[in-house]
Unconditional design. Structure first.
Length: 276
């Protein structure tokens, strides 16, 4: 696998050193694929890994390298110029216009202190175009839909002009139409737009749109690869238990997970995961 911009080496992290839970990742390279999705149950470590990659928290052991250099020695501004990070819980932005929200992403380059440059305006315009919000740029956040607000926040991170975009549950609380539109948009990014790393609970969206999936369980990466290698009966049973059907997408053939209405049961008493 080609080395990516981000490398994780022997990283260990626990919120409480006395607790039994710990994120443990021996080796990981990210940033060479266009879209990577981190999936897994609640408490598996997806958001924690994303925060480590963003430099928001630091590992207790091991290192995370950005372009070969340890991130712990870098300033927040230096990291933010190369890595864009949007957490699941975003701060309240009052009732700004979409233009103003996106311009906030330029602060890592000094915009707002010495005035707004032509480069800042051009970066904002490119970000708005990338998320298809040019026609709504003068609207207030209160005047657009939830999906459009989420796209505005993504545009603000794109305006940083990062090389990697880290998004935690970007489709959370979106209806299926807006969720699919957003994932389609992110999967369609091409250079100079950033590579994308997404945390999601939606295995089907991850399977359909990602180039690579990481399945986490109990603070460890259980498996890592293409959807066909990750979304398997054995992996799903190990992480989520039984009670699912594994289907194939009629257009692409990627695996999709469908819940069973009633649980099946194997001879050994374990819940069955049926494959069709």
């Amino acid at each position: 696998m080609q080395d990516g911009l981000l490398r994780v080496e022997g990283v260990r992290f626990a919120y409480d050193e006395a607790a039994c839970w710990m994120l443990s990742v021996d080796q990981l390279s990210l940033g060479s694929e266009r879209m990577v999705c981190l999936v897994g149950p609640n408490g598996s470590g997806k958001s924690t890994l994303l925060r480590l990659l963003a430099g928001v928290i630091a590992p207790q052991s091991g290192r995370i390298a950005l372009a070969g250099k340890d991130m712990q020695g870098m300033s927040r501004a230096t990291i933010a110029r190369r890595i864009g990070y949007l957490p699941q819980e975003s701060p309240a932005l009052f009732d700004l216009s979409i233009d103003e929200v996106v311009m906030m992403g330029r602060y890592v380059h000094g915009a707002g202190w010495g005035g707004v440059s032509s480069g800042d305006l051009a970066a904002v315009a490119r970000a708005l175009d990338a998320v298809d919000l040019v026609r709504l740029r003068r609207r207030r956040l209160s005047q657009v839909s939830g999906g459009e607000r989420r796209r505005a926040l993504i545009a603000s991170v794109l305006a940083q002009e990062p090389e990697i975009l880290l998004l935690d549950e970007p489709t959370s609380a979106l209806d299926i139409h807006h969720a699919v539109d957003l994932m389609r948009l992110l999967a369609g990014f091409r250079p100079p737009e950033p590579a994308v790393i997404v945390v999601t609970h939606d295995i089907n969206l991850a399977s359909l749109f990602s180039d690579r999936m990481l399945l986490l369980q109990a603070g460890q990466v259980l498996t890592d690869g293409a959807a066909a290698c990750v979304v398997t009966p054995a992996n799903l049973h190990a992480v989520y238990g039984g009670g699912f059907l594994l289907e194939r997408h009629p257009q692409t053939g990627v695996p999709l997970v469908v819940p069973m209405r009633e649980m099946g049961c194997c001879a050994d008493g374990k819940e069955a995961l049926h494959v069709r």
